[in-house]
Design a protein around this ligand. Structure first.
Ligand code: TYD
Length: 136
């Protein structure tokens, strides 16, 4: 399986004690080079509007609810909903995303590369050109 997908991570704990979920290189499809998190995004704002040339990501809603609309290199769209802290969304390289957040959402991203602006495709027309140039 090579496309974007939801992956269920183990929960350690119990309803009485609470839970721990672990992301480490041995249970991810890539090696982690960066972790970032976003928060306080108003629910009226849509973020994203970009793809990546090379970056792979595992995204969690550690709190709240986050919707990812992903578009692949053939123009096919798929909606993923994150509302459980032990469910991650794996996003391979080359997917255009738009992201909506509930008011209390915290997004945590485990990423395969350090931040590099040159890895972003921020112009949708460029993304469409990429489809013609490269079969991802
Ligand atoms: P961006 O990835 O465009 O956010 P979103 O997809 O959530 O809208 O990043 C927003 C800004 O933050 C942009 O100016 C780049 C900067 N940024 C970093 O400097 N380092 C990082 O690791 C990330 C993810 C973003």
């Amino acid at each position: 399986m090579s496309g974007p997908r939801l992956i269920e991570f183990s929960k350690i704990g119990s309803p009485a004690l609470g839970y721990i979920t672990v992301g480490e290189n041995s249970n991810l499809p890539f090696t982690i080079q960066r972790v970032y998190w976003t928060y306080f995004t108003p629910d009226s704002v849509i973020r994203g509007h970009h793809a990546h040339y090379d970056l792979e990501q595992m995204i969690f809603a550690t709190s709240g609810r986050i919707e990812f609309l992903l578009e692949d290199s053939d123009g096919k769209e798929e909606l993923f909903v994150l509302d459980s802290p032990n469910i991650g969304l794996y996003i391979p390289k080359g997917y255009w995303r738009t992201i909506k957040f509930s008011h209390n959402a915290v997004l945590m991203c485990l990423a395969s590369k350090e931040y590099e602006e040159a890895d972003y495709i921020r112009d949708y027309a460029d993304f469409q050109q990429l489809k013609k140039r490269i079969k991802l």
